[in-house]
Design a protein around this ligand. Sequence first.
Ligand code: CU
Length: 447
Amino acid sequence: MGPQVTYTRWHSLQNVLMDIDTQPAERSAPSSTTTHPVPEPAILTRRRFLRAAAVTGGGLAVIGVAACAGPTPTSGWLAGPALAAGASAGPPASPSASMPHASAAPSVAPSAGPPMDHDANALAVVERFLGGEGAAVEGLGNQPLEPRLVDGVKVFELTIEEMDHRIDAQKDPVQALGFNGTWPGPRLTVIEGDKIRVTFKNNMSESTGIHFHGQRLPNNMDGVPHVTQEPIEPGASFTYEFTARTPGSHMYHSHHNATDQVGRGLLGAFIVEPKDPAQRYDQLYGATQDIIWISNDALGGFTINGRGFPATTPIVANLGDKIVVRFMNEGNMMHPWHLHGVPMRVVARDGFPLGPASFTCDTLGVNPGERWDVVIDCDEPGAWAFHCHILQHAEGQDGMFGMVTALVIQDPAAVVSSSGPVAATSPVAGAARAAGSTALLCQVPTA
Ligand SMILES: [Cu+2]
């Protein structure tokens, strides 16, 4: 078997929050920098936010400052333009919508609609993220599937299902498709040179075909209905059998009615680890996490691994960790992934190591069908936003949505060595404060 993904250093943000909630001090005195009286309900609300903001530190600085300034009745956000219905939620839920990009653009024209509190809405969605919505929503995809070993062949058995799927905890479930009932389907990991047999049982009411994207295959295993095989009819199965020749980050997905079927979730990661263990990311780069990141932009809007912010999964690492993210784009448009705080070293494209051509960047455009592997050196503590930089895919007048998550780099030593109320609430907050976060200095009341 290939190296197992190491999850031991993962910590759920939920647990971080629970840790904070158990802190003994419930501080009440407002910061000396607060210049306006705040009604008690606002203080309570703000206090809850402070605990949350402390977790993410500088990454939420802008939001923190906004909360610090308090409500301003003359704010354009309060009196200003209301969104067109559904505008902030990204593209329409229907995969048949042909222009999700355009439809997601927020309206900027004044509207006679009800006034909107931008800060409150933006804060509410961040609080949902910090509250661990991603872990709370059922049906998380991308889980490793162990093969059976049959006469030296690694055998995987999958079903193709019509299913209800939640993009987040609040939107109505969407009528999606999944391998083994999840979107993305199970993560299949094999080793270069392995003999592979993957059987798909089609439980849908329509035909399909499955393509192993990025693999060099015998032609009749290429998974294109009417070109290399007959469609897999409802109720039927098809077995793909081949030797994994092409190491790296690859995918498996529908190649039949694909705009609809892939757009609704028929996609998954197929990882072929190099035969030489020294070339695998845990040994080559000392990676402590190996993260699959499959983007899509049809059903349910702009998604990462089948979820939209605030139900996306945060990445939590310790200071000094090196982590790998494998971007895979199963959508219909390019997404430039931008990481705050620390750069990304791009080490492979479409499974092919870049070698001396590897490069460093903070924004990486990933076109449909491409896979890019990056190594992130977690050497800067804080909560760093990690999002698509087509802004219509990430943030609107109701705050962040869609293709957004955060890389939280914790400094465990800060908990032990720091003192004071901010550091006491969170190592990340302590690190952010040490780095000069004015949001936290303002926001966190002193004891
Ligand atoms: Cu995007």
